[in-house]
Ligand binder design. Structure first.
Ligand code: GRF
Length: 211
């Protein structure tokens, strides 16, 4: 069993958030962190590409940003090493992949065991990968949703921290369903990260317990 307790001190837990795109989940965390009672602050935002709106949101909030593009490194492993070092330099208590479109490698996972979480827009283990809402729609499921999980070496396979469901409406398109999921996903992310940093968490096998 891995126990990841908080320090128990009044100091806000340090979050590093990784993004590849619009960063609406990042924004929800930045907004939540405005309240000292939330118990966390975003100390850095990293991206795998230039010009993301997520990085712009971070800059507007006065949060330092960094970019590591895979193509700027000789190998995927070198990219993983550089990303790991940069994230580690911020001494994060928790790292949040929020729309980060890269799988981190073994070095990264080993450096932050149980501390790297990802939010995904399906009810895992259904519809892992890049097109959760589209696959949910095509499968005709009546409930879709979002899953927050602790990353392991697989694609969207790690221990689940939280899940929330939204209805699939008869007239949904991929766009409308994606937006409905994202709204619920942001609220879930804020609530679950808050609980994790304030109360700690433990992982036993594939089961995560908060508090
Ligand atoms: C989220 O729905 C996440 O599940 C998916 O990408 C989206 C990121 O959205 N992987 P944003 O960049 O936080 O707005």
């Amino acid at each position: 069993m891995t126990d990841v307790p908080t320090s128990g001190s009044a100091a806000a837990a340090k979050l590093v958030v990784l993004v590849s795109g619009s960063g609406s989940n990042l924004q929800a965390l930045l907004d939540a962190c405005q309240d000292p009672a939330y118990g966390a602050r975003v100390v850095a935002v990293g991206a795998d590409r230039d010009g993301t709106y997520g990085a712009e949101r971070a800059a507007k909030a006065g949060v330092p940003t960094f970019v590591h593009r895979v193509k700027d490194h000789a190998t995927r492993d070198a990219w993983d090493e550089a990303l790991t070092a940069e994230v580690a330099a911020h001494e994060p208590d928790l790292i949040v992949s929020a729309g980060f479109l890269k799988l981190c490698g073994p070095r990264f996972l080993a450096a932050f065991p149980g501390r790297y979480i990802n939010t995904h827009n399906s009810l895992l283990p259904a519809f892992p990968g890049m097109n959760g809402p589209g696959e949910a729609l095509a499968a005709g499921v009546k409930l879709a949703g979002a899953t927050l999980f602790i990353c392991d070496a697989g694609v969207d396979t790690g221990p689940i921290v939280a899940q929330c469901a939204v209805p699939v409406e008869d007239d949904d398109t991929v766009e409308t369903l994606t937006e409905r999921i994202k709204e619920a996903e942001r609220a879930q992310l804020v609530a679950a990260v808050g609980r994790m940093v304030r109360d700690g968490w433990s992982v036993e096998g594939h089961r995560v317990r908060l508090g």
